[in-house]
Design a protein. Structure first.
Length: 163
């Protein structure tokens, strides 16, 4: 990050230095707030559903935050290069990354509870089917045999009726 401020330090332009630092810090704080709001929303929804809140979900949030900040730091490095070019005074790439993080988090907050619940129910149903596949195969086999026997009886009945 020191490259970002070399020009300002050399020129002793501490106001510009303060503005750049403030903007970068503000962008990272906005991303942190978006992540926190998603976490808070997730905890609220889980409580509403009566689910147990475990450290697993919190670890997922931490992992997500680490990935986001890795992305933002890469964009900040791009800004360092761009800020060395004359005429560019703000970290535009980091701004883009911060906006992207906020968009993803807003989408996550606004996801419909029903959609998540339907996916969970479908997963449970598939799990039950896989768990009881032997029973399911037996039911299908019995149904097929019964259908075959009924078909044979219908054919025999038709032959009898024709005579």
């Amino acid at each position: 990050m020191t490259f970002l401020f070399i020009k300002d330090i050399i020129n002793q332009d501490f106001e510009a230095l303060q503005v750049k630092i403030f903007v970068l810090v503000a962008l990272y704080i906005v991303a942190i707030l978006a992540i926190f709001l998603d976490l808070w929303s997730g905890i609220r929804k889980a409580k509403k559903r009566g689910e147990f809140i475990s450290s697993f979900g919190l670890r997922r949030t931490v992992n997500k935050a680490v990935k986001y900040f890795n992305l933002m730091f890469c964009f900040t490095l791009m800004d360092i290069v761009l800020l060395l070019i004359d005429g560019i005074n703000l970290p535009f790439a980091t701004m883009v990354a911060s906006v992207l993080v906020c968009i993803v988090e807003i989408k996550s907050i606004w996801e419909k509870f029903d959609q998540k619940e339907k996916v969970r129910e479908a997963a449970k149903t598939i799990g039950t089917i896989i768990k009881n596949r032997d029973d399911l195969l037996k039911i299908i086999e019995d149904f097929a045999l019964r259908d075959r026997d009924e078909t044979k009886e219908n054919i025999n009945q038709q032959k009898t009726d024709e005579l």
